[in-house]
Design a protein around this ligand. Structure first.
Ligand SMILES: [Zn+2]
Length: 275
């Protein structure tokens, strides 16, 4: 692969204000692409319409601009996002992937509710009880699950299409990474199971190219109590932006504590190695 063919993506979800860990993740993806002369794709993951709010979409653009994290592919601002780039415009494409999985017998309809599962004593992973039912592919009547039995799992089949008419995160993520020619993904360790699952789904659908994407999983930033950071609901303070480049470099194990980057240009010039 030529270095200039490298494409990474920033994939924020507009269901809350982003936190420091999200920005570190963006910096990793951004820095890797920019150091190689590759491209950056901004993909805003808004499939979960119930949780998407305009103020969070606006904050994404504002924060990225403040930090100087620019991109080559994707919406130029909120209006352009709603008009052309929202994942809602790509539902047909996502359904196409679900249909191809269905044609290859990797899906089944499931009408179990969380409540009914709880009543039967299942509380953790979905136990696969609908696998044996007749395979009917009827969008918007039942939820559709991906059958992981071929991959050695008895349980944990994920919903890939919700009966409310919404394709699941994994489907959107796979299609977008393929269609926008993403080559490298840096994501948190908490998503390593998702990576495995997405590879299974893409493999089942016969999308060989997905296997060429390089996935790297980085450690997660914790709060002072050692907990994983979560999206903030209130209007998050951005005071930490003042030192975020230096803090990021330290987190990355910057070799020289006296030479910490103060801005995006310093960061790009720094000797930090990403992989
Ligand atoms: Zn079921």
């Amino acid at each position: 692969m030529r270095k200039t063919d490298i494409i990474t993506r920033l994939a924020p979800t507009p269901s809350g204000f982003l936190h420091r860990g999200n920005f570190y993740n963006f910096m990793l993806n951004w820095l890797f692409a920019r150091k190689q002369g590759g491209k950056v794709f901004l993909r805003i993951d808004d499939l979960d319409a119930d949780r998407t709010k305009p103020e969070f979409v606006e904050a994404i653009f504002r924060d990225l601009e403040t930090l100087g994290l620019n991109w080559d592919i994707g919406p130029s601002g909120p209006d352009d996002f709603y008009k052309k780039w929202s994942q809602k415009h790509r539902t047909d494409r996502y359904v196409e992937l679900i249909k191809s999985l269905s044609d290859k017998d990797f899906t089944y309809a499931c009408d179990c509710s969380r409540k009914s599962l709880n009543e039967q004593g299942f509380s953790a992973e979905y136990p696969g009880i609908c696998r044996k039912k007749e395979r009917v592919f009827q969008l918007e009547v039942t939820s559709i699950r991906f059958n992981r039995s071929t991959f050695g799992f008895d349980s944990g089949d994920p919903v890939i299409f919700r009966k409310e008419g919404i394709p699941a995160y994994h489907i959107g993520s796979i299609c977008d990474d393929i269609d926008f020619s993403v080559t490298h993904v840096f994501r948190g360790k908490d998503l390593s199971d998702s990576t495995r699952l997405q590879k299974e789904i893409a493999g089942a659908a016969g999308i060989g190219r997905f296997g060429d994407i390089e996935f790297h999983h980085h450690s997660l930033l914790k709060d002072n109590a050692g907990q994983k950071l979560s999206k903030s609901i209130g209007n998050a303070s951005r005071m930490y932006f003042d030192t975020i480049f230096a803090d990021f470099a330290l987190w990355m194990g910057n070799p020289d504590a006296n030479e910490l980057p103060q801005n995006i240009h310093d960061l790009l010039a720094s000797p930090l190695s990403i992989i």
